[in-house]
Ligand binder design. Structure first.
Ligand code: NDP
Length: 334
């Protein structure tokens, strides 16, 4: 029996714990490692909607055979600046981890590199996928599809996934700027947390199964739908993600998820790297006057600032786990 988990835990200890939990529950060590890294990064940086909260979903997906916790991704094709992988119902984390060096080399050679992963599972945050590229000087973008949860341009039923998209660029005088957001007003993870805690949702987040606006998280989850951020403009972004991450990668759309329920769709991921050095520009330096102007205009926080601050705190004091996270770790360690 594993030891009880302390409320404050070092990153390395939590990583070992999560990897061990995944391996005990049907994942190979090779697949478990990058998934655990993402879960721990989210706990460390204060993205609780995609930290340990997601562990039961990963384990359930493998336990039911919906996802494969041991399969290795297959390279379907490579071009000078494109790699296409089939994850064969495995997780995108391993496919991406195995492609990182290759992608960087292709981007450095041709200026850009695109990774397309089909038939995969990704219900994590996206920033851990792209921040490391920006830390090495690349501009990176990524998006993933998910099970249909979001209404279209004014419709009453879910047609698009929550379809996260993320962008990262390097900075000369600080860590990369990374934004990472769902196509919905609120991410599915935050709606799950609100339902679990019995909290009402803000107005404008979701509709019930009859397409009527509701603030009841359980009604949104029970046959209802989320609303795209920014109205019709967000719906357009959600549509773009369906094309880039699903159609282009050769994956099903969110509406084509094979079985109903809460599992992620067999989704696709799109990731693009651009090497500014090939353009002869110094993006990292060019970002600085823009950032200075943003701060001068009264903005204190940049996307990612809060995460970097929490990361620093975690390095000094350890990662703080709430009771729900502790319960998850204890439950699945058995
Ligand atoms: P949030 O609304 O919490 O944040 C969206 C972005 O806005 C973040 O980059 C955040 O930065 C930034 N931001 C928020 N507040 C401020 C502020 N005051 N000033 C400056 N920047 C700010 O994210 P979402 O709820 O939309 O998404 C949460 C996560 O869910 C994402 O990581 C996303 O990848 C994930 N997701 C995953 C899906 C999947 O299928 N894999 C589907 C949908 C979502 P910061 O990072 O600093 O908080």
């Amino acid at each position: 029996m594993a030891q009880p988990v302390p409320q404050y835990i070092t990153e390395a200890a939590l990583l070992a714990r999560v990897e061990d939990t995944l391996v005990r529950n049907g994942f190979s060590p090779q697949v478990a490692a990058p998934i655990a890294a993402t879960i721990v990064a989210c706990e460390r940086d204060g993205t609780p909607s995609h930290g340990l909260l997601r562990l039961p979903g990963y384990i359930e997906a493998v336990r039911t055979g919906y996802a494969d916790g041991t399969v290795l991704p297959e390279t379907l094709s490579t071009r000078d600046s494109m790699i296409v992988l089939d994850a064969h119902q495995g997780f995108t984390h391993l496919a991406l981890a195995q492609s990182r060096d290759d992608l960087k080399q292709r981007a450095a050679r041709t200026g850009t590199a695109v990774l397309l992963i089909r038939n995969a599972h990704h219900f994590a945050a996206l920033w851990p996928d792209i921040e490391p590229f920006a830390a090495e000087g690349f501009v990176a973008m990524s998006c993933v599809t998910s099970r249909a949860r979001v209404t279209g341009w004014g419709g009453a039923k879910a047609v698009f996934g929550t379809n996260a998209s993320a962008f990262a660029c390097p900075r000369a005088e600080g860590p990369p700027i990374v934004w990472d957001q769902a196509a919905s007003v609120m991410s599915q993870g935050d709606v799950l947390r609100a339902a679990r805690e019995g909290r009402p949702l803000p107005e404008g987040v979701g509709v019930d199964a009859d397409g009527r606006p509701t603030t009841d998280a359980s009604r949104v989850l029970d046959g209802g739908a989320l609303v795209a951020f920014g109205g019709v403009k967000g719906a357009s972004i959600a549509f773009m993600v369906e094309i880039l991450a699903a159609a282009l990668s050769g994956s099903p759309f969110g509406i084509e998820a094979p079985v109903p329920g809460i599992m992620p769709s067999k989704c696709g991921q799109f990731l693009m790297l651009i090497d500014p050095r090939c353009a002869g520009t110094d993006v990292a330096a060019r970002v600085e006057p823009l950032v200075a102007a943003v701060h001068d205009a009264g903005t204190a926080l940049l996307p990612g600032s809060r995460r970097y601050a929490r990361r620093q705190q975690a390095a000094e004091h350890g990662i703080e786990l709430d009771q729900h996270s502790l319960d998850i770790l204890e439950r699945f360690a058995r």
